[in-house]
Design a protein around this ligand. Structure first.
Ligand SMILES: NC(=O)c1ccc[n+]([C@@H]2O[C@H](COP(=O)([O-])OP(=O)(O)OC[C@H]3O[C@@H](n4cnc5c(N)ncnc54)[C@H](O)[C@@H]3O)[C@@H](O)[C@H]2O)c1
Length: 367
């Protein structure tokens, strides 16, 4: 049974800015120009899913979003619901009848729904494993039975502790000890990858796996351990920016608009089926460097406060020195390249924060 929530009809402003007009042309398009598709986006009320919903509807496609609103928010997609550009189904991907019903009505699925965020993953190991594994089993198995292609969102966490330069999709993985809860996330996402590829091999499912590296931008919440929204919230409210460890650990931050553009190019690309693709920016920045840039760009007079990992997380945590993607496969196949810098992402998050769109609840949590 499909339960739809349609709010009062009202025209809404288009909030998505799809990128520079001189964007490289797509190669190997599946859609052959003008064909419009109906997509299911699991986790579509979340950070990345809501931007993908904006983009696909702006491109003229139909979109159904299924989300249990556990970490996502209705506010992220309210403008799309009100203007009837998406159908929203509140429910869980672990509900098999629901998923089969929704999948029957669409052409393809982007499977983003997942427990995410270091704090949730470390605090709730059982939920992380069971919800991600069961949910991905339901989505991928139902889609395979109905012969619907799935683009499955995995994570750079599956590389584990590998940190020797840019990581490519065929690299061996080095996961930490099973007692460290952090690695449950990688374990659950690896299961999804293997199942997506397994159905591609055994049943010919046109599944594609993407490994997302850090993605940032407006609508990301800082409640579950995401660093940039937390730093921005702290900076604009004049509090110290809490840097875990000594801040020398580096990451590469992609603007969510660039990540969404990569997802759309892969959806449009027939040759992507059966493949695994890294998506991420390759410019490295230390976490301390990120904190300083947030302070400078927001004009804040906040300081930096260093917090030992043992204080920030329980013993289930293990930090990584570095994580950088090799995106050669994605670039070669689709012509994608990131167009936006980390500074642009910081500015957009500051604007979003200042516009007061993140809600009072989080403000109370940071305070
Ligand atoms: N943001 C990043 O930097 C990043 C990095 C690596 C991988 N990813 C992956 O990208 C995807 C999207 O992440 P995000 O950053 O947008 O996080 P998010 O928390 O904003 O989005 C996840 C969405 O899934 C929904 N959800 C969770 N469990 C569900 C369930 N059982 N049934 C239905 N809906 C459910 C949540 O309510 C939320 O809306 C996830 O699969 C995540 O693992 C994100």
């Amino acid at each position: 049974m499909v339960v739809s929530l349609v709010l009062q009809e009202e025209p809404a402003p288009q909030t998505y800015s799809p990128g520079p007009p001189d964007m490289a042309p797509h190669h190997g398009r599946l859609l052959k120009g003008t064909r419009k598709l109906k997509y299911l986006i699991t986790g579509g009320a979340g950070f990345i899913g809501s931007h993908l919903s904006d983009r696909l509807t702006a491109d003229g496609h139909e979109v159904v979003v299924i989300d249990d609103l556990s970490t996502g928010r209705i506010e992220n997609i309210e403008h799309l619901i009100r203007s009837r550009r998406i159908e929203f189904v509140e429910g869980s991907i672990t509900d098999e009848d629901l998923m089969v019903g929704v999948l029957e009505s669409v052409d393809a699925c982007v499977h983003l729904a997942s427990i995410v965020g270091v704090s949730l993953v470390v605090d709730r190991p059982v939920d992380t494993l069971l919800s991600n594994v069961r949910g991905s089993d339901v989505v991928l198995s139902a889609a395979a039975g109905l012969q619907k292609p799935v683009l499955y969102a995995s994570t750079s966490e599956v590389y584990g502790k590998l940190s020797n330069g840019a990581l490519d999709e065929h690299a061996d993985r080095i996961l930490g000890a099973i007692q460290k809860n952090r690695w449950n996330y990688a374990t659950s996402k690896s299961f999804g990858e293997a199942l997506a590829l397994g159905y591609a091999k055994e049943l010919g499912s046109r599944n594609t796996v993407v490994r997302l590296f850090n993605t940032v931008g407006p609508r990301q919440t800082g409640m579950y351990g995401m660093v940039l929204p937390r730093f921005v919230r702290q900076a604009v409210s004049g509090q110290p920016l809490t840097v875990f460890g000594d801040g020398t650990q580096t990451r590469c931050f992609a603007h969510v608009y660039d990540t969404v553009d990569a997802l759309v190019r892969l959806l449009d690309c027939e040759e992507a089926a059966g493949g695994v693709f890294n998506i991420g920016n390759d410019t490295e920045i230390s976490i301390l460097g990120l904190a300083r840039r947030v302070i400078a760009r927001s004009g804040s007079d906040s300081d930096v406060r260093f917090v030992p990992y043992s204080e920030a997380y329980d013993e289930g945590f293990e930090e990584l020195g570095r994580r950088k993607p090799d995106t050669g496969l994605l670039r070669g196949l689709t012509g994608w390249a990131p167009e936006r810098s980390v500074d642009e992402a910081i500015d957009d998050v500051i604007l979003h924060e200042r516009a007061g769109m993140n809600g009072v609840l989080e403000a109370e949590q940071v305070a």
